[in-house]
Write a protein that binds this ligand. Sequence first.
Ligand code: MN
Ligand code: MN
Length: 424
Amino acid sequence: MSKQNEKPAVADGLWRGSSSGAGRAAVYKTVSTGSSTSSRSRAKAGKAGLGLTASDPRQGNRALRRENPNSNTPPPTDHGDLGPIWYSFDLAHKRIQPGGWTHQVTQRELPPSTDLTGVNMRLTAGSFRELHWHTADEWAYMLYGNARVTVLNPDGTIFIDDVSEGDIWYFPAGFPHSIQGLGPDGCEFLLVFDQGMFSEENTFLISEWVAHTPPSVLSKNFGLAESALAKLPTGELYIFPADLPNSLELDRAAVGGQKVQSPIQYTFKMQSMPPTKKTAGGEARVVDSRNFPVSRNIAAGLVTVKPGGIRELHWHPNASEWQFYIAGKGRMTVFSPVENARTMDFHANDVGYVPAVAGHYVENTGETDLVFLEMFKASEFLDFSLNNWIRRLPPQMVTSHLNLDEDDIKKIPAENQALIGEKK
Ligand code: MN
Ligand code: MN
């Protein structure tokens, strides 16, 4: 045993548990026999001083450890390896160009997430995400500011609308659309696509199409002289600055008004809708194809958990879950067979992932509201509550499985509450 191992360091402040002689002896026995630490031996070590076993005298990214204490020193109930459940937009390459920036968390960054991909984008006032379309459906949540969006229907009608913080939009695959930042300070938004390998770098851009079509063909197609096409872009624009647009009314009128107006609504006010569920623990707002019909392939929940509260133990029968953390601080444990459980901490701009049908909870571990999005590649948001399941079973059946007293079983909430407040 080296000198360093004889003097466990606790410098990063994550060390927990007793440093009593008994604890040290128990830990040293585990270490010296060279046995790997199973959850059971870790649980035992926890009683005697888990901190000493888990102490790490040399290497460590202290900033990451402070951000994610539950990953570095997992609760003794964690076990096995169910793969990554965390990534952060703040680790992803940021493409910055005049007018804004973009970065993405896809299956390349978070390999188990094969269903959904996320993009976080900023446009300054007037700037465009250029006219384009793509192979995936696009769902979006406005995080900040104001934007104007347009989308064309196959029947030739056009949808033009303005969105602001808390609003969402949905553009089906292949439908051409645009996003423009409005005053006073443009916008920032989250995009979610229903393909794990989707890339924001790989969309069909109007600029690239005209740049890669012979001018004689463009001339014939547009009915314009080739000289009129001299200033067409010769490469991609992607994000670029432009003047602020006219008012919504003027822009709608300029293209033909009512007679070309889309009969389909592609935007929805998610944050300002009445909560789908509201308890002492917080609020949840669910938007899917039942209340926003165009949202056929992506379902979403906007969840606010009060300090001390939890998004209760639950699972989703129909899809994996892709999460985006908007504000606050939380931790999640994901449970999956056989005996796999992983706990991680989450902050604003982080992405969480839950494999299909895996059990999980999200606990607010901060002093302020925890706000996050639960996203699914599904037409409907569906979840099962562990509490609800327990309370719908004959009490004797529950007692046989969990050794809970019948009186205590009655204290468990009977309904799927989604959110449970701190026990006073
Ligand atoms: Mn798009
Ligand atoms: Mn969930």
